[in-house]
Every structure is written in C-alpha cells, then in structure tokens.
Design a protein around this ligand. Structure first.
Ligand SMILES: C[S@@+](CC[C@H](N)C(=O)[O-])C[C@H]1O[C@@H](n2cnc3c(N)ncnc32)[C@H](O)[C@@H]1O
Length: 200
C-alpha cells in the first residue's frame, strides 16, 4: 500500500479568487450539470474534494430531506465551504482524504467528484476509489466530471479503468468541450448490487 498524500493547502489569494467567482461558477459552470444528476431529495451524498463548496451548495438545495457530507484535504477549503453553506443544516464537513475517516461502509447513496481525481497523485487513486466502493451502498452511484487535457487532466480511458477495476459498472460517459472549462469527461458509475451478481 502506498502512502496517501494527506496535506494540501491553496494560497489565500486562490481562495479569495474562487470566492469572488462563486456566483458565476454556480450559475454558468455548475448549475446545468448538477441539474442532470439523478439525485433524490432524501439521498445521502458525499462530495469528495468539495473545495469552497460551490457545487456542494447546489447539491444541498436538492437534498432537502437528505444529507450532504463534504470532504476535502484542505483545512482552508473546508472552513470556507462551511461558511458558504452555513444556511444549510443538511450539510457536514470533514477535513481529510477519505481513507481512515471512519464513515460506516455502505453509508452513501452517491459520491460526487468534480475536477478532483486528476489532482489526486496517481499512486493514491486506486486506494481512494476502493474506499469509495466500500462507502457506497449496493447500487450507489459515482458522479464524476474531470478535465481530460494532457497537461492537466486524466484521460477518460484511465478513469474508466480505475473505476471498473474497483468493481464499478459504467452507466454513461461522454467527453465534451465546455465553455471556459475546456474538454472534460463526465460519467456515472454504479456499485453493482450483490443480488445482481448472485442471480447472474
Ligand atoms: C480543482 S478543485 C475542485 C473543487 C470542487 N470540486 C469544484 O469543482 O469546485 C480540487 C479539490 O480537490 C481537493 N483534493 C485534492 N486531492 C484530494 C484528496 N486526496 N482528498 C481530498 N480532497 C482532495 C482539493 O483540496 C480541492 O478542493
């Protein structure tokens, strides 16, 4: 097992810039995407790599009978996200990199990763995705959107390989050029339910 990266902190200016752009990101970059996600109001969702909480806020609005747990490796991002979502009692915040956070197995209906996996060191990805598999209930979903640029991204084929190797089944995936955000891959993966395996 490789050593997981446990620390990362953005500069203060980076956090301020993201905070200033928050209304624009929410409206023009994230809103339409979140509306496509098959989320039920009562779902329990984990957002892995939630940053300052822009997408988290859009998700929290949809989960008015459910729960959103935000996890991020950065203390600065987590504390900013906590402030940004202070009006949403259905949210909680944990600083960490997911493994060893002691969430019960099968706790979540879905895990959202938005522009995160490409930032996780390559040698840590398999272990993190295996942990996501444990944390989802059977039939639980991964929602993912990642940049695919060679200089800063992860190829769609590598994302598929990692999730399928961990036992997920891809239900859809498409690469698309997006305004301001470049080429990105969005996909949904499902944790196969035991019943399906049992009956073939
Ligand atoms: C490019 S930002 C995306 C933030 C947010 N998901 C969004 O789309 O606005 C990547 C985020 O992933 C977090 N991150 C990177 N590696 C991580 C890890 N191993 N565990 C938890 N969070 C991580 C960073 O701190 C940062 O908040």
């Amino acid at each position: 097992m490789t050593q997981l990266t446990t620390t990362f902190e953005p500069s203060t200016i980076n956090v301020y810039m993201q905070q200033a752009l928050r209304p624009i990101s929410r409206r023009y970059l994230y809103g339409a995407y979140v509306d496509t996600l098959p989320v039920k109001p009562e779902d329990k969702i984990l957002e892995f790599g939630s940053g300052i909480g822009v997408m988290a806020e859009l998700l929290a609005r949809k989960l008015y009978r459910g729960q959103l747990t935000c996890v991020d490796i950065s203390k600065r991002y987590i504390s900013r996200a906590k402030r940004n979502l202070r009006d949403y009692p259905n949210t909680s915040f944990v600083k960490g990199q997911l493994v060893n956070l002691n969430f019960p197995n099968g706790e979540f209906d879905a895990i959202n990763l938005h522009y995160v996996l490409h930032d996780v060191p390559e040698e840590n990805r398999e272990e993190l995705i295996a942990e996501m598999h444990e944390l989802l209930r059977p039939g639980g979903k991964i929602f993912l959107r990642e940049p695919v640029k060679e200089s800063h991204g992860i190829p769609a084929s590598e994302t598929d390989r990692l999730f399928e190797m961990a036992g997920f089944i891809k239900t859809n995936g498409q690469e698309r050029k997006m305004r301001f955000m470049g080429d990105a891959y969005s996909a949904c993966f499902i944790k196969a339910s035991n019943i399906r395996f049992f009956f073939g």
